[in-house]
Design a protein around this ligand. Structure first.
Ligand SMILES: Cc1cc2nc3c(=O)[nH]c(=O)nc-3n(C[C@H](O)[C@H](O)[C@H](O)COP(=O)(O)OP(=O)(O)OC[C@H]3O[C@@H](n4cnc5c(N)ncnc54)[C@H](O)[C@@H]3O)c2cc1C
Length: 408
């Protein structure tokens, strides 16, 4: 075969499509019994394919990796992804937040149509094939249902994903295989993930599973309006994921990060203090917090947690201090949630190991794409966009390689 693609997620399938369209004979291998399992899982939340914001703003979401991903995303930008989806019978729309979704709001019809088109263009699939590395003759080694199998391919695209949700196939074990070949891989770490908080037993038993809505979450210069959920061991949810890259780095460096939450971000401290200054009569403090400050029970519980941690009593605070606390409740995060529960992973093959065609310099003819590369981004469609775009880039790179190294 001309090209072996290992990994049947969005990045690998896109590389397969580009190579097949360029006339190469392509086989896609995957350890799982079927293609695109994580893609299908992403579809459960509506399949946020990409985002409609202007390209410079879009590219900035990739943080340190912006300049590395720029050429691939500029060559296959969000508009191309939307047209590609539409050509597969799945037109897209822009949601109120600027996020882009297929109208069907799920991944399965898109994936089905895509696999049909790939089959029609001659792409072959070998499932239940776990890639193990290379043998001494440079052939690909797989563990397959029929036993060990070796495969020769003129070029290879690795699209093995990160290490979140390993039961969907991407378990990050490839990092050892590549490291053994001298490829520098930045350790895979949780991204778009929850964090651990040492809740008191009382708070945990009362509020586990409850959402904190309409709050504003701040860490460093960043503030995110949105929802988070109290979990048994901490906090998770969209607002926390959005801050997770910086929070994670702070936790790794200092062992903890102090997140601040404004429970009533629509009111300033003066307005809140005025409401809290009204005579209380016989009302309990929790009633005052509920009625005057309109805090939910979980919000009031969070205040209580902060007061306990500071060795203070809420009832001893002046209305001004209480109002200040309501809009800047400190929460001490002590660790990141396990990578298996994260939406995505940071880390991967560092860009210095790749040439402009996404070929691994130390492994001529071997290309890499998708989440296995060293970039991270928030949710919002940025993850899939980078996977698709690097899949296209690696596919084009592999085609170029085939053309330059014509079979003798
Ligand atoms: C719950 C959830 C929701 C998400 N929602 C969104 C969303 O709405 N929008 C968005 O942009 N992103 C979302 N993502 C992230 C997105 O799904 C991933 O970033 C994307 O699927 C990564 O694509 P990939 O092709 O790089 O890797 P994957 O999709 O992980 O595919 C890698 C493939 O490689 C295979 N593989 C791994 N190791 C081996 C091996 N040794 N041998 C053979 N095969 C192997 C795996 O079985 C897998 O099929 C979500 C993720 C999760 C977990």
């Amino acid at each position: 075969m001309d090209a072996a693609i290992i990994g049947a997620g969005p990045a690998g399938l896109m590389a397969a499509e580009v190579l097949a369209q360029g006339g190469a004979s392509v086989t896609v291998f995957d350890a799982m019994p079927s293609a695109g399992r994580k893609f299908l899982m992403a579809g459960r939340g509506g399949l946020n394919l990409t985002h409609s914001e202007p390209l410079p703003q879009f590219l900035a979401r990739y943080r340190e990796a912006t300049s590395r991903l720029d050429p691939a995303i500029t060559a296959f930008p969000p508009q191309c992804l939307r047209e590609w989806s539409e050509a597969l019978g799945q037109p897209t729309f822009v949601g109120t937040s600027g996020r882009v979704f297929p109208q069907a709001f799920k991944a399965s019809p898109l994936l089905r149509a895509w696999l049909r088109r790939l089959n029609a263009s001659g792409v072959r699939f070998e499932f239940r094939h776990r890639w193990q590395g290379w043998d001494d003759d440079g052939r690909l080694m797989f563990r397959a249902p029929q036993g060990e199998r070796v495969v020769e391919a003129r070029t290879v695209v690795l699209a093995l994903g990160g290490a979140s949700w390993p039961r969907l196939g991407s378990d990050g074990l490839w990092t050892e295989t590549l490291a053994a070949r001298g490829v520098f891989v930045s350790p895979l770490r949780s991204a778009n993930c929850g964090f651990t908080v040492a809740w008191s037993d009382v708070f945990r038993s009362r509020f586990e599973g409850q959402p904190l809505k309409g709050a504003a979450w701040s860490f460093g210069p960043q503030t995110i309006r949105g929802e988070a959920m109290v979990t048994r061991s901490g906090l998770e949810g969209g607002a926390i994921y959005a801050l997770s890259a910086d929070l994670r780095e702070a936790v790794v460096t200092s062992g903890e990060a102090i997140l601040h939450v404004a429970l009533r971000p629509g009111l300033d401290v003066k307005q809140l203090a005025a409401r809290l200054s009204a005579p209380r009569g016989k009302q309990s403090l929790s009633n005052v917090l509920r009625k005057a400050a309109q805090l939910s029970p979980v919000g009031a519980g969070l205040l209580q947690e902060a007061a306990i941690a500071a060795g203070a009593s809420l009832s001893s605070l002046s209305p001004e201090r209480l109002a200040t606390l309501i809009n800047a409740v400190p929460i001490k995060l002590t660790g990141t949630a396990p990578i298996a529960r994260a939406i995505s992973s940071a880390g991967g093959i560092v860009f210095d190991e790749l040439d402009a065609d996404f070929m691994i310099r130390r492994l001529p003819g071997v290309f890499a794409a998708g989440e296995m590369l060293d970039w991270e981004a928030p949710t919002g469609g940025y993850l899939l966009q980078a996977c698709f775009a690097t899949g296209v880039a690696a596919g084009r790179g592999a085609l170029h390689w085939l053309a330059q190294h014509a079979a003798s």
